[in-house]
Design a protein around this ligand. Structure first.
Ligand code: SF4
Length: 394
C-alpha cells in the first residue's frame, strides 16, 4: 500500500510542532537592522542566568553561535543538554530533529526551545513515518520482514527513531555508523542469508559506510524510493539486497561534485580533500579523508601550517575554520555559496525574540515529543549508546 503523504507547508504558513516542515514564527520579531540586537541578546542571557543553557550546532551562523554555552554536533549537544538538569530552558540553535533529541534526553521539567520553528531539516523530512510504515509492510509482504533491522541516522525525526526502537533497530551517527551496521547485521543469526538493514534516511551515509567500511559491494545496496510503487524495487531485488537504503539525502552535502575535486586538485598543489560522509559516494571515493564534523574540526586543528584543504561540509563551519586557521589554506569544496538554509533560519532576531520572551516569563516555540514516541526513541538511542567501542559523536 502506498500512502499519499501530507503536502509540504509553505514557509511562514501553518504550524505543525511535530514536523520538520516549514511553519510560521508566531512572534513579534525585532528588526534585523536594530543596532541593539547584540546588546539585547546579552541582556536577556544575563537576566536568565543559569535558568537557560544555549546550544549551538557547528553549522549555525556566527551571529548566533557566539551566544552558545557549548557548540558541537547534534548528539553531543543533546548529551550536553542532558548534563545540565538545573537549566530550566534549553535554547537549541540548530534544527528541529536536534531539538527533539534534546527533549528526549533531558528531564521532564526542562523545556527545549527552537528559536525559529521553520528550522527543519530537508533530509529528516524525506522519511515520514507513514512512508516508512508502508515500506515496512512491503518488506514483510516480500517475505523478508524477519530479516530486516532498521537503522536510522541521528538526522531523523523522533517518530522515525521510535519506529526503529519498536522494531528492534537502533540509531547511528556519522562516527559510529560502522559499528551500528555491524551490530544490525549480527542481530539475525538464524535467518538464512543473514540480516538485511533498512537504512534511514540518508542513502549516502548508508552506502558509504556499507561499501567503504564494511566491505559490501554496490550491488549489495538497493535504494527504496518512497514516491514509487513498491519503492521502485522488485521482490527479487529486495531479497538479494543486504542494504536497503532510503532515498534521502542532505541538500547541502549532496551538492558536492567529483568534478570539483578534480578541478581543485589541478589548481591547488597538494590540496587535501576532506569531506563529510553525507556526501555522494563518487565524491567520497575521490576524497583523502572522510569523517564527521568533529573529525573535520580536529583534522584541521592538527594540520601543519601551510597545508591546503578543500572541505566538503556546511559553509558556516568551513568559513569559521578558515578564519580560525589563517596559517592554512582552507577552501570550500563547491563553486557556489551553499549554506544550509534551515540552519540559517536561526538568526539574531529570532534568538533575541526567544530569549527575551523567556526572560519575560513567556515560553515560546517549545519542542515536545509525546511520551509514547519518546519511550521508543529512547530504546533505539539506548541501543546506540550500548554499542561497543567507537565514539558516538556525529
Ligand atoms: S546540513 Fe543537511 S542534514 Fe544538516 S540540517 Fe541542513 S539539510 Fe539537514
Amino acid at each position: 500500500m502506498t500512502t499519499v503523504d501530507l503536502p509540504l507547508l509553505p514557509l511562514g504558513r501553518g504550524t505543525d510542532l511535530n514536523s520538520e516542515r516549514g511553519v510560521e514564527c508566531p512572534g513579534d520579531l525585532p528588526s534585523p537592522s536594530d543596532p541593539d540586537l547584540v546588546a539585547r541578546a546579552i541582556a536577556a542571557k544575563e537576566a536568565l542566568g543559569d535558568r537557560v543553557f544555549v546550544l549551538g550546532h557547528h553549522y549555525q551562523r556566527d551571529e548566533v553561535i557566539r551566544f552558545a554555552d557549548v557548540t558541537g554536533d547534534s548528539f553531543k549537544l543533546a548529551r550536553d543538554a542532558a548534563a545540565r538538569p538545573e537549566a530550566e530552558f534549553i535554547v537549541f540553535c540548530g534544527v528541529h530533529f536536534m531539538a527533539e533529541s534534546a527533549d528526549i534526553l533531558t528531564g521532564p521539567d526542562q523545556k527545549v526551545i527552537l528559536p525559529d520553528l521553520g528550522a527543519g531539516c530537508s533530509m529528516a523530512d524525506m522519511a515520514r513515518l507513514r512512508q516508512v510504515e508502508d515500506a515496512w509492510e512491503a518488506l514483510a509482504a516480500a517475505g523478508i520482514g524477519d530479516a530486516v533491522v532498521p537503522v536510522t541516522y541521528m538526522n531523523s525525526s523522533a517518530d522515525i527513531k521510535a519506529f526503529c526502537g519498536r522494531n528492534g533497530g537502533t540509531v547511528c551517527t556519522s562516527s559510529n555508523a560502522e559499528v551500528a551496521l555491524e551490530w544490525a547485521f549480527a542481530q539475525k543469526p538464524d535467518v538464512a542469508g543473514g540480516a538485511k538493514v533498512l537504512f534511514l534516511p540518508d542513502q549516502h551515509l548508508g552506502r558509504n559506510t556499507a561499501v567503504l567500511q564494511l566491505g559490501l559491494s554496490l550491488d549489495d545496496c538497493v535504494v527504496w524510493d518512497p514516491h514509487r510503487p513498491h519503492g521502485g524495487l522488485t521482490v527479487e531485488q529486495l531479497r538479494d539486497a543486504r542494504m536497503i537504503l532510503w532515498k534521502g539525502h542532505c541538500s547541502v552535502h549532496g551538492r558536492f561534485a567529483p568534478e570539483v575535486v578534480d578541478e581543485l586538485r589541478a589548481t591547488i598543489p597538494d590540496v587535501n580533500i576532506l569531506v563529510h560522509p553525507e556526501c555522494r559516494h563518487e565524491v567520497v571515493l575521490k576524497a583523502d579523508l572522510v569523517g564527521s564534523t568533529e573529525f573535520i574540526i580536529k583534522t584541521i586543528e592538527a594540520a601543519p601550517a601551510g597545508s591546503s584543504w578543500a572541505i566538503g561540509t556546511e559553509l558556516n563551519l568551513v568559513q569559521r575554520l578558515a578564519h580560525a586557521h589563517p596559517d592554512k589554506n582552507i577552501v570550500f569544496l563547491d563553486k557556489t555559496v551553499c549554506y544550509c538554509s534551515t540552519m540559517n533560519r536561526i538568526d539574531l532576531p529570532h534568538f533575541v525574540w526567544a530569549m527575551e520572551s523567556l526572560a519575560a516569563g513567556q515560553v515560546v516555540n517549545q519542542i515536545e515529543v509525546d511520551p509514547e514516541t519518546e519511550k521508543w526513541a529512547l530504546v533505539a538511542l539506548q541501543r546506540m549508546l550500548d554499542l561497543p567501542g567507537k565514539s558516538h559523536k556525529d
